[in-house]
Ligand binder design. Structure first.
Ligand SMILES: C[S@@+](CC[C@H](N)C(=O)[O-])C[C@H]1O[C@@H](n2cnc3c(N)ncnc32)[C@H](O)[C@@H]1O
Length: 256
């Protein structure tokens, strides 16, 4: 399996940035699932007074989901690909949303925190050292701060693995080949197969020191293929961070 990493991955996303929004708009539920994951952060008061980080914001679809889930929060969105960021910044945003050309790994050193919540959509599968990045996210989050990772992470069942391969062979790679981005969409296929299953990523979050770790499925064809992972940065310090609560949402929502 050939996976793209770091500079090669950023260049592949630069190239794919021109067609990224059109291709993802063909994916039923892409934007509504992002919104559902952002809402699962359950940020109080429409996010008033909170600072949220969107790691790997791409063309801004995850940033828009955050803005809709927490319209009064200050949002900092970062991405490694200049091309993807150009597409994001060409869209209209309120003044409390800003974009930075930084890798996820560089944010802590750039002194951009602390954050009340971090959202990472379709990022972790792409990074070279997910454990190091989770450690860095913990240093960026206030005590009690929330993390939502929205990711292609297979359930572990053979059916979902086979369905993912069938969708990639039948739809994703042919569409990516038409736009001249075959290598990136082959990377998408392989990186999902190589990445943690949902139980394994949940364990990884717990090992990294996050608490209240949960995985919630998304709806539609991506059930068993995409999950929202919710976690908190350690125990809530008295008087600090977000109110305690079930960051994974209601039982009804978890099963949708
Ligand atoms: C599949 S796109 C998802 C974009 C967006 N979050 C969304 O939901 O539409 C993944 C994005 O992560 C970015 N990315 C990959 N590795 C990164 C890293 N180490 N640091 C920052 N961004 C990264 C890519 O450039 C790309 O824009």
């Amino acid at each position: 399996m050939s996976l793209l990493r770091d500079h090669d991955l950023a260049r592949a996303f630069d190239h794919a940035s021109h067609t990224y929004d059109s291709l993802t708009s063909l994916n039923p539920g892409y934007r509504t699932d992002l919104l559902r994951s952002a809402r699962r952060l359950r940020l109080p008061g429409d996010g008033a007074g909170l600072h949220i980080l969107d790691l790997g914001c791409g063309t801004g679809a995850s940033t828009l989901a955050l803005l809709r889930a927490a319209p009064r929060a200050r949002i900092t969105a970062v991405d490694a690909s200049a091309g993807m960021l150009r597409r994001a910044t060409a869209k209209p945003w309120p003044a409390h949303v800003r974009f930075l050309h930084l890798t996820a790994e560089e944010v802590a050193a750039a002194d951009e925190g602390p954050f009340d919540a971090v959202f990472a959509a379709y990022l972790f599968r792409n990074v070279t050292d997910p454990d190091a990045l989770l450690g860095s996210v913990r240093t960026l989050l206030r005590p009690g701060g929330r993390l939502a990772v929205h990711e292609y992470s297979l359930s572990g069942s053979r059916t979902h693995r086979a369905l993912w391969t069938a969708i990639c062979r039948g739809v994703v790679i042919p569409a990516g080949t038409l736009t001249g981005d075959r290598a990136l969409y082959r990377h998408l296929w392989h990186s999902v197969l190589a990445f943690d299953t949902a139980p394994a990523f949940r364990d990884r979050l717990t090992r990294a020191g996050f608490t209240g770790v949960r995985a919630a499925p998304v709806a539609g064809w991506q059930t068993g293929i995409v999950h929202t992972f919710l976690a908190r940065n350690g125990l809530r310090a008295e008087g600090a961070g977000l109110p305690a609560g079930d960051g994974a949402g209601t039982a009804k929502e978890r099963t949708r």
